[in-house]
Write a protein that binds this ligand. Structure first.
Ligand SMILES: *[C@@H]1O[C@H](CO)[C@@H](O)[C@H](O)[C@H]1NC(C)=O
Ligand SMILES: *[C@@H]1O[C@H](CO)[C@@H](O)[C@H](O)[C@H]1NC(C)=O
Length: 290
C-alpha cells in the first residue's frame, strides 16, 4: 500500500471497519422475481446462525434496517449473527400469486429461499440455524416461506401477519391486496388451513419450522381474527390441538398473553396493541435459540 494511503487509512480508525448493510447483486437461483438482497455481517461474527428480516409494505431493506423500532441490527451486533434483508420490487411482498405460493414457483418466496442458500454457503451458516422474521407484509411472507421452504428454515417469529395463502389472488395477480383476508373474513377450519400449507409443497414430509406469531387485539390493518386463523393453520400442520397447552397472562409483558400449543407453535396476543406489534428482540431470539 502507498504510504500516504496507509496513513489516511489508519487515521480513519475503527470506523473504517464498521460493518455496513451491503447489497449482494447476484445471489443466483432461477426465480423470475428478483427482489434485492442486502446483508449485514457484524464486525465480530460470533455465531453461525442467520436471521432473515423481511420488511413491511412501502418499505425496503435499507429503510427497515435503519428503522429504530426494528432491532435486528442491534441483535446482530450484540450476538454476532449475520442478517439478510430482502428488498421487494413491489409495494408489498408477493404473497398472492401462485408463483410465490408454491415451492420453487419462481416468485418472491423462491427468491428469498435463494438468498438463504447463497448466505449459507457464503457466510458459513449452519443450515440448522436459519431463522425468519418480519412484520406486516413481511409477517405474511414469513408464513409463506415457512409453508413453501420448510426444509430451509428452523424457526419463524413473525409480527402482525396473516395465514399462508390467506392473501391469495383468485385471478393470480402478483402482490395483490386481499380485503377479505385483511378484514378478517377469511375464516376456515384448521384442516383447510393445514391443507393450504401442505399444498404449497406437495409430498414434503420433512421437518417444519417452529412457528411463533404475534398479533395485536386492536389491529386495524390486518384484522386480529388472523391470529386465530394462523394458530389453526400451524397447529394443524403440526398435528396438535387448537386448545393451548399453556396460556400465560401478562407474558412476556403486561397485557400480552403467550399461548403455547406444544413446543412448535406459539402465539402471542397483544391486548390493546394495533398494527403492528413492536418487535421483541429478546423473545424472538429466545424462540430461535439465540
Ligand atoms: C382473498 O383470499 C381469499 C382466501 O383468504 C380467497 O378466497 C379470495 O378469493 C381472495 N380474493 C380475491 C379477490 O382474490
Ligand atoms: C416421505 O417419507 C417416506 C417415508 O419416510 C419416504 O419414503 C418418502 O420418500 C418421503 N417423501 C418425500 C417427498 O420426501
Amino acid at each position: 500500500m502507498h504510504i500516504q494511503a496507509l496513513t489516511s487509512f489508519l487515521a480513519l480508525g475503527s470506523t473504517a471497519f464498521a460493518a455496513q448493510l451491503t447489497q449482494v447483486s447476484n445471489y443466483g437461483g432461477n426465480a423470475r422475481a428478483r427482489p434485492g438482497m442486502w446483508v449485514y455481517v457484524p464486525d465480530q461474527v460470533k455465531s453461525d446462525a442467520l436471521v432473515v428480516a423481511i420488511h413491511s409494505c412501502q418499505s425496503s431493506a435499507r429503510a427497515y434496517f435503519q428503522n429504530a423500532l426494528i432491532p435486528w441490527k442491534r441483535g446482530s451486533d450484540t450476538k454476532g449473527y449475520v442478517t439478510v434483508w430482502p428488498s421487494s420490487t413491489t409495494q408489498c411482498w408477493d404473497v398472492s400469486s401462485r408463483a410465490s405460493l408454491m415451492h420453487n414457483g419462481g416468485g418472491d418466496s423462491n427468491a428469498i429461499a435463494n438468498m438463504i442458500s447463497y448466505a449459507i454457503d457464503k457466510y458459513k451458516i449452519d443450515p440448522a440455524k436459519v431463522f425468519v422474521t418480519g412484520g406486516s407484509s413481511g409477517g405474511m411472507m414469513s408464513n409463506v416461506l415457512a409453508a413453501t421452504y420448510p426444509e430451509l428454515i428452523s424457526a419463524v417469529s413473525l409480527y402482525s401477519g396473516v395465514p399462508a395463502g390467506c392473501f391469495v389472488s383468485a385471478s393470480g395477480q402478483t402482490a395483490a391486496w386481499n380485503n377479505t383476508c385483511s378484514g378478517g373474513r377469511s375464516i376456515s377450519t384448521a384442516e383447510h388451513w393445514g391443507d393450504v400449507v401442505r399444498s404449497m409443497y406437495p409430498g414434503y414430509n420433512g421437518t417444519r419450522p417452529r412457528m411463533q406469531f404475534w398479533h395485536g387485539s386492536v389491529d386495524g390493518t390486518l384484522s386480529p381474527r388472523n391470529y386465530e386463523e394462523t394458530l389453526k393453520q400451524w397447529t394443524n400442520v403440526f398435528g396438535v390441538s387448537t386448545t393451548p397447552t399453556s396460556s400465560k397472562q401478562n407474558t412476556p409483558e403486561r397485557n400480552y398473553r403467550t399461548d403455547d400449543f406444544g413446543p412448535n407453535v406459539q402465539g402471542i396476543w397483544a391486548v390493546g396493541v394495533g398494527h403492528s406489534v413492536p418487535s421483541h428482540l429478546g423473545v424472538s431470539e429466545a424462540w430461535f435459540g439465540l
